[in-house]
Write a protein that binds this ligand. Structure first.
Ligand code: DAV
Length: 368
């Protein structure tokens, strides 16, 4: 039987991928985790419920188009099965008015080698999101005898998992930057928490952002779960809302990373890259001053690119400065229209998750 699941890093030639869908997506009601994330001046305050049919259609056109572009490059594309996200969910500890959606598979599923791991997630609204990927994961499990199907410990997400008094309206951005620099995030260390999009895979080394959606216990769990890998916990103190590493630190090929210039990796955490001759270069400025309406993410989705192989990168087509920078590095840039999909949970890296990339687990950081 064929090998279906294999991916060790963010850049080897992509052969099989999951692309999300915008169907049924909701803006969930406020909960402890999201209260902290939504910036003071965001247009999302006080808004919840299903997204408009028109915005869903527009996002799906771009998601379908991304799928076609990838297929035309020889990549097999699978799609999740959306749920009716506009329904109340509950566990013995809490209930929540709606779920979220299944546009960003990168947040939920971590593929490493022959394993697909469902992250704990850290928002109540996203507790059941893994169900959208189960039909695909079960199919891979049934057809690939080596595939490992894993699930991180389900978190309880009681109020004890969140720091009190972390509401954005009560905290200025400057205060928040100070809190972030001191590593006082909205999530506590009560239990293991991580979102898969906080983890960058670089062969033997995994780089994990400690922030709002992944705590130190999450990193520690990953360290114990992947004993053949080295887990490095990173912080990006310039980010007032550190959620997911993929608009902050983006490896393009072995030896080359772009870093969000407003969220610089601290010097002491750069050592491992220096010692191994990796270049960390400031990412180009975003082309937009504002995210599109009703978008959770920042303008830095500009650097949330999808590497198709070590010479080819998909970049959002209106992000002209990012396209130009990546072109100058010597890549072929595939421009992909994607801004209508941003409000549904991110850009091209968020909207995909690897099933298969050619290549094995290599050591890109022999000097530790
Ligand atoms: O800059 O808002 C977005 C990352 C989404 N996965 C940001 C981070």
């Amino acid at each position: 039987m064929p090998k279906i699941v294999n991916s060790w890093n963010e850049w080897d030639p992509l052969k099989h991928v999951i692309v999300g869908k915008a169907d049924n997506c909701c803006i969930p009601p406020a909960e402890p985790a999201t209260d902290a994330k939504i910036p003071e001046d965001s247009d999302m305050h006080g808004i919840d419920g299903p997204r408009s049919e028109e915005s869903i259609i527009k996002a799906n056109i771009q998601l379908d188009n991304l799928s076609k572009i990838l297929e035309s490059r020889g990549v097999k594309v699978d799609r999740p099965t959306p749920l009716d996200f506009n329904q109340k969910i509950s566990t013995p500890d809490w209930d929540n008015g709606t779920m979220f959606g299944c546009m960003p598979p990168r947040d939920v599923i971590l593929t490493l080698g022959n394993e697909m791991l469902e992250a704990t997630m850290s928002y109540r609204s996203r507790w059941f999101e893994y169900l959208c990927y189960r039909p695909l994961i079960e199919e891979y499990f049934n057809n690939d005898p080596d595939m490992r199907f894993e699930c991180a410990p389900k978190p309880r997400l009681t109020d004890e998992s969140y720091r009190e008094n972390y509401l954005s309206e009560d905290i200025t951005v400057d205060e928040r930057l100070k809190m972030v620099a001191e590593k006082r995030f909205v999530t506590t260390e009560k239990e293991v928490l991580f979102d898969a999009a906080d983890i960058l895979r670089m062969g033997k080394d995994l780089f994990v952002q400690h922030g709002f959606t992944t705590n130190l216990k999450g990193s520690d769990w990953l360290r114990r779960h992947f004993p053949n890998h080295r887990i490095h916990t990173l912080n990006f103190p310039g980010d007032p809302y550190p959620i997911h590493i993929d608009a902050t630190f983006t490896p393009l090929r072995p030896g080359l990373i772009i870093n969000n210039p407003t969220r610089q990796l601290p010097d002491e955490q750069r050592e491992i890259f220096k010692k191994n001759d990796w270049e960390i270069i400031d990412a180009a400025q975003p082309a937009h001053n504002q995210p599109p309406p009703l978008c959770y993410s920042s303008i830095w989705l500009s650097m949330n690119v999808l590497v198709v192989d070590p010479k080819t990168v998909c970049v959002e087509e209106t992000e002209v400065y990012q396209c130009e920078q990546i072109d100058k590095f010597g890549f072929e840039v595939i421009p992909v229209p994607f801004r209508d999909a941003y409000p549904f949970g991110g850009a091209l890296h968020c909207a995909t998750t690897d099933v298969y990339r050619e290549g094995d687990c290599e050591d890109y950081f022999p000097n530790q």
